[in-house]
Design a protein around this ligand. Structure first.
Ligand SMILES: [Zn+2]
Length: 113
């Protein structure tokens, strides 16, 4: 079943929804403000884009749904985007730490204590 990602054009909230039929899509509304003014985002394809593109597409000011943070690939995206926009190369060490955080969050807590 396809899961599509939508952006609310009223409050900038991004959310995901399972859509089985075209008709169902018409009934969709934003969970944040109830608006029907939505834009479908490229979701399925977005899962295969490079991290660079994910960073570019990521809007740190947008409200995110819980699902967003359950996707471990989104962890650290905000920090990376900030670094990128400031022209900082976060380098291998940061990537390494981020990868650890994504795959084994407990290890980071252990390391920093
Ligand atoms: Zn909304």
């Amino acid at each position: 079943m396809p899961i599509y990602e939508y952006l609310c054009l009223e409050c900038d909230m991004q959310f995901q929804s399972l859509v089985m039929k075209k008709e169902e899509e018409k009934g969709l509304h934003c969970p944040g403000c109830g608006s029907h003014n939505l834009r479908k985002l490229i979701s399925k394809a977005a899962y295969h884009v490079s991290e660079d593109s994910r960073i570019d597409l990521f809007n740190p000011n947008a409200r995110q749904t819980d699902g967003f943070y359950k996707d471990s690939r989104n962890i650290g995206l905000s920090a990376k985007k900030m670094a990128k926009s400031m022209g900082i190369d976060t380098g291998g060490r940061f990537d390494e730490k981020l990868e650890k955080l994504r795959t084994d969050p407990a290890s980071i807590i252990k390391d920093s204590v």
